[in-house]
Design a protein around this ligand. Sequence first.
Ligand code: NAD
Length: 338
Amino acid sequence: MTAKIAINGYGTIGKRVAHAVSLQDDMEVVGVTKTRPTYEARMAIDNGFDLYAVSSEHVQGFKDANIPVQGTLSDLLAKADLVVDCAPGKKGAANLDTYKKAGVKAIFQGGEKHETAGFSFNASANYSEGLGKDLARVVSCNTTGLCRTLYPIYKELGIEWVQATMIRRSADPGDSKKGPINAIEPVLKVPSHHGPDVQTVVPGINIQTLAVKVPTTIMHLHTLVVKLGKPATKEQVLDIWKNEPRICFVNGGEGIKSTAQIMEMSRDLGRDRSDFYETVVWKDGVSVKGDLLYFIQAIHQESDVVPDNIDCIRALLQLETEAKASMSKTNKSMGIDN
Ligand code: NAD
């Protein structure tokens, strides 16, 4: 028996999670939802997924466009063990009562507040805390990237504090409505929400963050300074990260000097949609001086949370009790090197 998974919101994250679920042998997609009859709705059907309207008021739009829907979200939830909510940020929380009434477990995304689910998940840091829970939130792309590199350092060497700057892409590549297109926009809520968001997963990490938005669509980049719990060497830090399943090293010396070459590498690797699921650390940008660690990492915002959604499904439904086993299974199915 495979677990029955519904995807509510077949957009940037939802279509990727649906595809990733379809690659697993212990779960299957029972249907996906859309609000409007866009090309993505048609593609969902072409990709073999049953399409549902988010609510009854949206059904006529699909009829007018000759796109067949199997019913509405409530019909879909009746067939599901778990729903992955991929509605636009801040809209998912309104679906909570619907999921509770339908008696399905639910996973929200990082655009929702921690309080919506009361539990924030990152596979590398707290998989076992998710076992059997009814609700979880897979943290945002930036927070996922921060947890992956910081948690193992925190565990092995200790962390006194972290100061980090998030240099954020202004919009996803398919989103032509957002900007800036010719400016650098500081996030004036200082410090930014990213530090507290890491603490929803690992409360013990003392982290302060700032953020700026820049005119690029392909990736985020983080610069970090970490005061370690004890003096260490660069080799020790690299050894710790080498054993982590979702950290990938690149080298400026080998021509990967920017996020553009990371995306080019992903195209060369033949990944689905040219996605890059790992947190990418510049190996030749890592420096340790006594107890201070400096490093720079890049995050593919559209895809790094996708494998963690798969692991979160396994944790909530207790399909696998060990984090490493689940992550390894997910990685293998998605072409991520372990
Ligand atoms: P999106 O706008 O690309 O897709 C959202 C989808 O939800 C659309 O297909 C839309 O039809 C559907 N939808 C609209 N209203 C809905 C509703 N009330 N209920 C259910 N579905 C509805 O958004 P996205 O970028 O995929 O973001 C989804 C979530 O993932 C957000 O919480 C966001 O913060 C988070 N997230 C986004 C990114 C990213 O870079 N795009 C990265 C990590 C996390």
